[in-house]
Design a protein around this ligand. Sequence first.
Ligand code: IMP
Ligand code: MG
Length: 198
Amino acid sequence: MSPKRKSGTTPRRTTHADESVRVLIPRERIKKRIKELATKIRQDFPDQPLHLVGVLKGAVFFLADLARQISGEVSFDFIAVSSYGHDTRSSGQVRLTRDLDADVEGKTVIVVEDILDTGMTMQYLLSIFQQRKPKHLRVVALLDKPERRVTAVQADYVGFRIPNEFVVGYGLDYAERYRNLLDVAVLTIGKVEKKKKV
Ligand code: IMP
Ligand code: MG
């Protein structure tokens, strides 16, 4: 039997021999923070139906957990964009790959994103949504890497500010893997922790 390790202290090997993950934000903290975010969002819009728009695929678990913590009327939809492909290098180009099912005109829209990194994805999404005349437009991001920002975009609600490290888990991927980890973890490839390149 392998020895038990305290989460967050020891890098864990994965099925890919040169990759390992180290827990950065454990699941209990994520859960607690999402409750706080849900309460704050509802306080800001006490009487309104809220329309959550999740950015596929990274935001699926975050949206699912957040939506269930917000009281009152909530609906949701998904949008998908591609900017990075299977690499962590940004092409600087954001492309809409799946549009919303329903019109957002007149709705109180909360864009739900896994992570704000350079901000290019969110800048593009906000420009699209603004043209569609929602009643209110807000952004909630589970994670924020402010050091990496190249645009003026800010989230109205942020779960956790994190340093410039490449993270996976709780929806976030590396080449489509690790989304199913319950915690947010730093990915290490070889001996060097992965840093995201622009
Ligand atoms: P941005 O356009 O640079 O802000 O990047 C936003 C998107 O890049 C996010 O929705 C993620 O899909 C992806 N991304 C940015 N940083 C990370 C990371 O550390 N791990 C995994 N995906 C990331
Ligand atoms: Mg991604």
